[in-house]
Design a protein around this ligand. Structure first.
Ligand SMILES: [Zn+2]
Ligand SMILES: [Zn+2]
Length: 176
């Protein structure tokens, strides 16, 4: 029988699935970023994925990250500002792996919980994947306005779990 103290601290579903996404992210072998994503329909877990190199090829720990420099033009107060960013392109993003390893029929009407706000490419793919909601924790500033506008246009619920505390076992130092 549950004691009342246990009952009162019972996890809500958002916390439950985001915890799982974080635990999944610990499988990632890219030292720059550990991202986890899970597919949920109703309260059922239908898939898990993390960012990583394709199966059977060298990953970031074996071959090092594959760094690409990207620029983004940001509009600030009517002025254009060029922002440079480095990112690792060796890995397939968690959201993309999630799409590769789940069925379209399972995705229809489902929710994606992802540790990090999706990048533009992932958001664009998720927008066409059948899912109806994206819940994320850490923000990712690149292209975030474009991503939010896309989600609004598609009618996909897009929300962040601001109050969420990642499980201690899933914490990593990000070398960005
Ligand atoms: Zn990497
Ligand atoms: Zn991405």
């Amino acid at each position: 029988m549950l004691k009342e103290t246990q009952e009162t601290v019972r996890k809500d579903w958002d916390t439950y699935f985001m915890d799982i996404a974080y635990m999944v992210s610990t499988r990632s072998r890219c030292p720059r970023r550990h991202v986890g994503a899970v597919l949920v329909q109703g309260k059922k877990l239908l898939g898990t994925a993390y960012n990583g190199a394709p199966m059977g090829v060298h990953d970031c720990l074996e071959a090092g990250c594959m760094i690409a420099e990207e620029i983004e033009v940001k509009l600030e107060g009517g002025k254009e500002r060029v922002v440079k960013k480095q990112r690792c392109i060796r890995t397939i993003h968690a959201e993309q792996n999630l799409l590769l390893f789940t069925d379209r029929a399972d995705r229809e009407g489902s929710i994606v919980y992802v540790t990090d706000q999706p990048c533009w490419t992932c958001a664009n793919m998720l927008a066409n994947s059948g899912i109806v909601e994206i819940v994320y924790h850490r923000s990712y500033p690149k292209d975030s306005e474009k991503v939010a506008a896309l989600m609004e246009q598609k009618g996909i619920v897009f929300r962040s779990l601001d109050q969420f505390d990642p499980p201690a076992q899933a914490q990593m130092e990000i070398t960005l």
